[in-house]
Design a protein around this ligand. Structure first.
Ligand code: BG6
Length: 482
């Protein structure tokens, strides 16, 4: 749509920024914290870039006051962070760890002190290792009860102060990287059957915790954050349009339909059943998924890029089990599902050094698609540019990040004009942090943190990048000055 005059962002728009516990906190074994699957996985040689770990990360656990003060000075309206399950339940279930609960009390109170709305992610990929050992974590239906128990502990403790809750971060990514690509724990490869079963367990955990939250705090706002890559058919050949329909059903609607409608897309289920990989349901699952979908308040979207779709022959490319983790442009491989689709690069768009397509209009596409398919409000829970940054004389000049964010915010503003109900925009990330597979070389923050891959490197001091001052202005002018 074209509007001569923009209405701009709503006056209560939440300008934010995001992080995840494993990527920022460090203090991996402090104050009674248990071991997570990531604490284990990063110690397997060859799994992460130069063997980096989150043992120390950027020490947010000890420096959260300094970080929140920087947010306040910037004028941030919301801070999205995740809670480490292993700080709350060191063994995943059983005894609760008061010191862990206290840490997040402090963090939440620190945000509120400055009028920053805490937005809490319950699960951002760090599963208690004890549950892996007890019953293989997500693979066992038992996880649903343990997840709901953990989530409910958080709701009870923090629900008086936390209004915005995100149940899961990028379920589509942690399950595909964990059970198809082998790049995240538990490091399984092409286990389709388990992949769909694990997803069903995660959907039930999400659904039951949404219901539990609303019983305790009916006014709370809840959703899941989905890594949404809207798709473009490579051209107008009908087989490529059909490949796009297959891609959307299997890679996008397969999750978003569950969150918003409480059901899987019919064509996707038919395909899974025909291939013997459909998930096993328990009696009552459908009703629970439907009930939760009625209660969900927004669709959380982590938007980084769009995807191009082309028909893929039955003997065509499959999963590549690798990604560009070096930052050497042009090294990513084309992936696909034989007989359905493959995802070549988009020749019309530039990419980052890690071969992620840069497509600002894609963020508007996300909002439009969600609005017309689900008619739900939207929280952009992540968007940002991973880049090599350089600290020189205490300064970081990152015009590329400013250009990236500016272009995306401009498109988001158009989505608001289109009538999409966008509640919040969180950049990824606030400070620099650990990139799961790319170490500390791939930076996203407004605040530079002095450290490199070597655990003993750097002072961990914080430095404001140029983008910090730029975003401050964006917030002050509610997105008018970009
Ligand atoms: C999202 C995740 O997938 O993208 C974050 O929610 C992650 O945790 C971010 O860090 C960027 O990915 P990467 O691989 O560049 O660190």
């Amino acid at each position: 749509m074209y509007f001569k005059d923009s209405k701009g962002f709503p006056s209560d728009f939440l300008w934010g920024s995001a992080s995840a516990a494993y990527q920022v906190e460090g203090a991996w074994d402090s104050d009674g914290k248990g071991v997570s699957n990531w604490d284990k996985f990063v110690r397997i040689p060859g799994k992460t870039f130069k063997g980096t770990t989150g043992d120390k990360a950027v020490d947010h656990y000890n420096r959260y006051k300094e970080d929140v003060a920087l947010m306040a000075e910037m004028g941030l309206k919301t801070y999205r962070f995740s809670i480490a399950w292993t700080r709350i339940y060191p063994n995943g279930n059983g005894e609760v760890n008061e010191a862990g609960l206290q840490f997040y009390d402090n963090l939440i109170n620190e945000c509120l002190k400055y009028g920053i709305e805490p937005m809490v992610t319950v699960y951002h990929w760090d599963m208690p290792q004890a549950l892996e050992e007890q019953y293989h974590g997500w693979e066992n239906r038992q996880i649903v009860d343990d997840y709901v128990n953990y989530a409910t502990t958080l709701f009870k403790r923090y629900g008086d102060r936390v209004k915005y809750w995100i149940t899961m971060n990028e379920q589509n990514i942690f399950t595909s990287f964990g059970w198809l690509e082998g790049m995240h724990p538990p490091g399984k490869v092409d286990d389709m059957k388990m992949f769909y079963q694990v997803n069903h367990h995660a959907n039930m955990a999400h659904a039951k915790s949404v219901i539990a939250l609303k019983e305790l705090w009916p006014e709370a706002k809840v959703g899941a954050s989905f890594a949404y890559s809207p798709s473009y058919a490579i051209d107008n050949k009908p087989e490529n349009a059909m490949a796009k329909a297959d891609y959307d059903d299997l890679k996008n609607y397969y999750w978003m339909d569950v969150y918003a409608y409480g059901r899987y897309p019919r064509a996707a289920l038919a395909y899974l059943e025909a291939n013997g990989v459909a998930p096993v349901f328990e009696e009552g699952d459908n009703a629970i998924m439907k009930e939760a979908a009625q209660l969900v308040d927004f669709m959380g979207v982590n938007y980084y890029q769009t995807t191009t779709v082309e028909f893929n022959d039955i003997d065509g490319v499959g999963t590549s089990h690798e990604m560009n983790t070096t930052g050497k442009k042009g090294t990513a491989k084309v992936q696909g599902v034989p007989g359905l689709y493959k995802n070549p690069q988009n020749a019309n768009l530039p990419t980052t050094d890690w071969d992620w397509t840069i497509d600002p209009m894609g963020i508007r596409m996300c909002c439009r698609e969600i609005t017309s398919r689900y008619d739900l409000p939207i929280v952009i829970s992540e968007n940002g540019l991973g880049a090599f940054d350089k600290l020189e004389d205490g300064e970081v000049h990152d015009p590329y990040r400013i250009a990236y964010l500016k272009a995306h915010i401009e498109e988001l503003k158009k989505a608001c004009d289109d009538g999409c109900r966008v509640l919040a925009y969180c950049t990824w990330s606030y400070t620099d942090l650990l990139s799961w597979l790319n170490g500390y070389q791939k930076r996203y923050g407004f605040v530079y943190v002095d450290r490199e891959e070597d655990e003993n490197s750097g002072t961990l001091n914080r430095y404001k990048k140029d983008s910090y001052y730029w975003y401050k202005k964006v917030i002050e002018t509610n997105g008018e000055e970009l």
